[in-house]
Design a protein around this ligand. Structure first.
Ligand code: URA
Length: 439
């Protein structure tokens, strides 16, 4: 079998059989298929799509490119949550310790920034000393001892995804249902979970811009999860605006910590409660969403969620005192305010542009090998429906010596759509749900 022949067939719209997909993925991991060939294959999939059978073969091939962790010896139903990626999405950082504090073990493996979206792993690396790179034995020990692990994908787990994730990021091949589904599910099925909650983002700041695209992705994710015998709940949530106020790394980590400390923006807290309740239901800790929310609120009010976070920070080499105050995390030395270009109502926010603006400041990567600036970022001062006067501060940039500010300013001005319309209703946070999959 020649890789170039398989790429050509996919390019021309033909379906590939499981052995052909396996051949490509194994070849890529073993070095027989080059980055340039895999990039071409991803672009062919981007344009031609994949049937459900092909997507399922891709998941299997990526999963079997590495090991699978066994967490069966650890008591409890282990539940993880994964988001398809958004702007300002720091939910995992407050969600995981809260759910663990409520008694459901959370083995969480997160990713780095992808495209214009931020990555939980980058945000967590803002905590001084905190090590997200852990081996499988340590990962198992963390889940067993603390009921919580916040780590990055290890080299042994779905290595095909590790490489493809970085390749897709720099070849404009992220926004594809089969590629996203295979990326997420191959690593989730490898990490030893019993059940999974997925947050599929919809809107300008998401990879899926429309509800129908997101529903298609959600159906595929749900079917793969249930097909692998992992109860899976998919919640489709609004990403037509920034989640919370902060976009960046350290500033987003801090915003998540604020939720653990009983504060934080309403939408960040609300989504944490929604997703957390689902995790507690799947973890067989509660029987209803209302019960789940009550338990989570108790974990916030009693400080147990924050204590659990500090516990795991210490266990993974971080300084638990550093997460007590904003000053314990990195920050940028300079600030710049962005004023509204005209008077009116904020009728829309192009969250993708806000994500690119943060990237220009250095919060994300242009190439896989780039390092990021953990301290820089954006604070959004307005939301959809707000009325502003000309010149009123709509966003604040935290930057390092002006790096990227010209482009970031321009992107932010373009991102905020200000018109003369009066009242603008915000979309609800939850747009759809899929609770049971095709088995
Ligand atoms: N998250 C992932 O892990 N992979 C994707 O492709 C998109 C979001």
């Amino acid at each position: 079998m020649w890789a170039s022949e398989l790429i050509r067939r996919k390019r021309d719209g033909a379906g590939l059989c499981p052995e052909e997909i396996e051949h490509l993925i194994r070849g890529y991991v073993e070095g027989d298929v080059g980055d340039e060939q895999m990039a071409a294959f991803c672009m062919a999939v981007f344009f031609q799509g994949m049937s459900d059978e092909e997507t399922s073969s891709l998941v299997k091939a990526m999963l079997s490119s590495g090991d699978t962790v066994d967490l069966c010896g650890i008591e409890g139903v282990k539940v993880d949550k994964h988001s398809t990626g958004g702007v300002g999405d720091k939910i995992s950082i407050c969600l995981a310790p809260l759910v663990a504090a409520c008694g459901v073990p959370v083995p969480m493996m997160s990713g780095r920034a992808l495209g214009h979206t931020g990555g939980t792993l980058d945000k967590l690396s803002a905590i001084p000393g905190f090590r997200t790179e852990q081996d499988i034995t340590t990962y198992q020990r963390l889940v067993e001892t603390h009921g919580l692990a916040l780590i990055g994908q290890t080299p042994e787990l779905a290595p095909a995804d590790r490489r493809l994730y970085a390749l897709r990021d720099v070849t404009a091949t992220v926004e594809s249902v089969p590629l996203i589904a295979a990326s997420i599910m191959s690593k989730k099925l490898a990490e030893g979970i019993d059940a999974l909650v997925l947050d599929v983002k919809v809107g300008s700041g998401a990879f899926m811009k429309t509800l129908s695209e997101a529903q298609a992705l959600a159906e595929v994710l749900s079917a793969i999860g249930w097909g692998a015998n992992k109860p899976t709940r998919v919640i489709l949530t609004d990403m037509d605006r920034v989640l919370g106020r902060m976009v960046g790394n350290a500033n987003e980590t801090w915003e998540a910590i604020e939720v653990l400390q009983g504060g934080g923006p309403d939408d960040v807290r609300e989504l944490t409660l929604i997703l957390g309740a689902e995790m507690l239901i799947l973890g067989q800790r509660v029987g209803s969403e209302a019960e789940g929310r009550t338990l989570l609120m108790e974990a916030i009010d009693s400080g147990k969620g924050f204590e659990k976070f500090q516990e795991v920070v210490a266990a993974q080499g971080g300084d638990p005192r550093a997460v007590e105050q904003r000053s314990g995390l990195p920050s940028a030395p300079h600030q710049e305010e962005i004023g509204a270009e005209q008077e009116g109502t904020i009728t829309a926010i192009d969250a993708e542009k806000v994500g690119w603006a943060a990237m220009r400041l250095g919060a994300g990567r242009g190439r896989a090998s780039d390092s990021i600036d953990l301290g820089v970022g954006i604070e959004m001062m307005v939301d959809i429906g707000d009325c502003v006067k000309r010149g009123e501060v709509v966003a604040r940039l935290s930057h390092r010596d002006g790096y990227g500010t010209v482009e970031a300013r321009k992107l932010l001005q373009q991102a905020l759509i200000i018109t003369n319309e009066g009242f603008i209703a915000q979309r609800p946070l939850v747009l759809d749900r899929i609770e049971e999959g095709k088995q």
